[in-house]
Design a binder for this molecule. Sequence first.
Ligand SMILES: Cc1cc2nc3c(=O)[nH]c(=O)nc-3n(C[C@H](O)[C@H](O)[C@H](O)COP(=O)(O)OP(=O)(O)OC[C@H]3O[C@@H](n4cnc5c(N)ncnc54)[C@H](O)[C@@H]3O)c2cc1C
Length: 504
Amino acid sequence: MSDLRFVPPLHPNSQLDAARRQQDLERAATEDFDLVVIGGGITGTGIALDAVTRGLSVVLLEAKDLAFGTSRWSSKLVHGGLRYLAKGDVGLAWESARERAVVASRIAPHLVTAIPQVVPDFAGSRRSAALAMAGFLAGDSLRVAARTPRGVLPRARRVDRETALQLVPGMRQRDLLGASVGWEIQLVDDARLVIAVARTAAAHGAAILTQTNATDVDPAHGSVTVNDERTGDSFTVQARHIINAAGVWSDRLDPDLELSPSLGSHVVIPTELVGAGHGSLTVQVPGEINRFVFALPQSDGLTYVGITDRPAPDGVVDEPSAPDSDINWILEVLNQALERPVEPSQRVGSFAGLRPLVSSAVSDSSADISRQHLIRRTDRLISIVGGKLTTYRRMAEDAVDQVTSRPCVTKQVALVGSGPSETRLDVPADLWRYYGNEAPGVWDNRGSADSTVDPAVAARLRFGRDFEGAATPADLLDRRTRASFRPVSKDLQAYASQLVSTMS
Ligand SMILES: Cc1cc2nc3c(=O)[nH]c(=O)nc-3n(C[C@H](O)[C@H](O)[C@H](O)COP(=O)(O)OP(=O)(O)OC[C@H]3O[C@@H](n4cnc5c(N)ncnc54)[C@H](O)[C@@H]3O)c2cc1C
């Protein structure tokens, strides 16, 4: 018997619609909470879910939209910590492997797939494939220790030239001998993980409020001043504890934190430019042992290629962009392993996210919190910054341990969409990938086909509005779907605008 607690598909308590927002606003302004969480990225939503399932009363405040910040700009990997292993940080690698197992085989199997990472073995430069193989095998031992079944994550192996080309058909053929292949877990979409965690928290009783900007925090009295960005009204939320999970914006609420952002860019290209296999071409950065450029094929025919890491030239901005120099550098590294080089002009787009770096004055261990999270406490205010999407559940556990001694139960709490599903052959495959066992409900809610918008896309947009707290066309096109990664047609834009204009 499974020890997991599932949320039934389309459960009314998980429905983040206009009526629920109104109810949650009233609660926020009148109730004394155990915990107020600031920030609706993966860290904040993970904390809200952890706290509410330990029996605490919780309100989450997000200034813009769920997954508005860094959480939607990641590489979308739930990784086993191979790079930490290479740096000798076995503890962190083990934690990543364990958390990967929890996400992929317990609480959110519907949101992930295994992806082969393919490191080509070229005659004349065989070191990178050999090193990668050693790393993959070490990673395998973590996978086994973390009890991730082979059906979820296959074993690493060396493959011959023919198999390598099946996995990545666009790979350079000259000097190709074969490849080292390891496996990682890929999210269907990082923003969808955030939304699933938020709705699961809502299903268990958390108040989840978007467009609520925390403008001031009083750590001594546990109060937060909030501006409702829709109406302009201000109100105060009162709680025993405040957790600041505002990502790169955290230092605006906790003046003792000193953050500086670093920028990570990805280039978006049509998958056919690397060939339509399902492998992730992984190319060693020249002159560096433990740094690679990855081409990560997505289910929508696009491939994300990344990643860079350097001080953010424009500091903290709402929507960072990838500089041309990053785009050129990423493609230069990738092209070394391609039969036909990809030109910058062939890209569909690009995206970039900000990582918080903390000044060493407040961190006794390391200035690099992109790997390990940092928790700081002042009176009733607890700030949590850094870490990884992969370890969000563990970060939430650590943060909530600061405010209660009740045990964490999130390993037993499946996210919405997870669990047994009905068989419905009429439901488009895409919807199963994004919504798990809620796909039939999403499809049935698609409305009448009175526009040229693809019915599966229309269904996703309507569900975004009716169940997932989307309130603007950008919420629908940028975060509930990734429609805006490609040029958005006038009809699609009009459909999204019309949907949100009819919200009650
Ligand atoms: C380029 C890049 C690639 C990455 N790839 C991976 C990967 O593949 N795998 C992995 O595990 N990790 C990856 N990471 C790390 C991971 O993405 C981050 O650790 C994680 O997304 C951070 O989430 P967060 O919730 O802390 O911050 P955010 O997602 O930025 O969330 C903070 C939220 O707080 C809100 N907010 C800010 N101020 C206020 C306020 N005053 N009131 C209310 N709300 C406020 C913001 O609007 C935002 O939504 C990557 C990071 C980068 C930069």
